[in-house]
Design a protein around this ligand. Sequence first.
Ligand SMILES: *[C@@H]1O[C@H](CO)[C@@H](O)[C@H](O)[C@H]1NC(C)=O
Length: 308
Amino acid sequence: MSTTAFIAGGIAACGAVTVTHGFETVKIRLQLQGELQAKKDAPRLYRGVIHGMTVIVQNEGVRGLLRGLGCAYIYQMTLNGCRLGFYEPIRQSLTTTLFHDPKVQSLGVNIFSGATSGILGAAAGSPFFLVKTRLQSYSPFLPVGTQHHYRNALDGMKRIYNAEGVRGLYRGVGPAMVRTGFGSSVQLPTYFFAKRRLVRHLDMQEGPALHLLSSAASGVVVCCVMHPPDTVMNRMYNQTGNLYNGAFDCLFRTVRTEGVLAVYKGFFAHLARILPHTILTLSLAEQTNKWMRRVEDRLLSKPLKEKL
Ligand SMILES: *[C@@H]1O[C@H](CO)[C@@H](O)[C@H](O)[C@H]1NC(C)=O
C-alpha cells in the first residue's frame, strides 16, 4: 500500500470514528458493568446497545455519547501515523532478509508488517486511549466504573502523570497491544478469504457489492477476536490503584466470577462500531487502489505512446 492509501485510510478512519463513537461509549459502559460481581447480584443500568444509547441521550444528551471524541481523534492519528511511519521500513527490511529483494510483494510479510506497525501504534497511543476510556465511562447519571472527572484530554493526562507518573499513563498497554495486534492481523486475511469464497461460490464480480460483503465478513471476525482483550483492556484502564495484578489476572478473575461470556459483554455495541469502520476503510482502500492504478496507467502509457 502506498502513502496516499494510508492517508486516505487515516481520513476515512477519523470520519468513521465520529459516526461510531457513540457505540464505543455504550460498549465501554456495558463492559465495565457488573465487574467481578456474580450475574444475579449485578445491577444492569445499561441493558444493551439500543437501551444504552437511549438512556445516555435522555440523561446526558448527544454530548454524553460523544465524550472523549477529541481523544479518539488523537489516538486515531497516532495509530495511523505509526502505521504510515513503520509499515514500509518493516516490510522492506523483512523482504530484503527473506527474498534478497526489497521490491517483492508477499502477502504474509505485508500482513505481518501491518500488524507490527499497528501494535507499535497501539503502544504509542495507549495513554490517549486510557484517557478516552475514562472520559467515556464518566456519567453524572448512571455511572459505571471509577468516575474520573477529567475536563479534557490534556487535563486527564496531566492529572494521571502527576498522581502516578509515566507508569500510570501506560496502564493497560499490554492488552491494548494484544487487542490491536489481533485485529490488524485478522482483518486482511479474512477479507481476502471471504472475497475468494464469494467469487467462487456465489459467482460475484469485482465491485462495490463484493467489497461490502467481504469487508462485513471481515468486520465480524475482527470483532470476535478483538473483543476479549478489549474487555480486559477497559477493565485495566478503569482501575485506579491495583485491583488486578495484570492482564491475565483480570481475565481469570472476570471469567471466574462472571462466567465465560463476560469477556463478550458489550459485543454488539462493539460490532456496531467495527462494522461501518471496517466496511468504510476497506472499501475505500479498494477504491483508492483502483484510482491509483488508473492514474499510473495513464501517466506511464502517455509518454510511451508519444515516443512511439
Ligand atoms: C473499577 O476500578 C475500581 C478500582 O479502582 C474498582 O473498585 C471497581 O470495581 C472497578 N470497576 C467498576 C465497574 O467500578
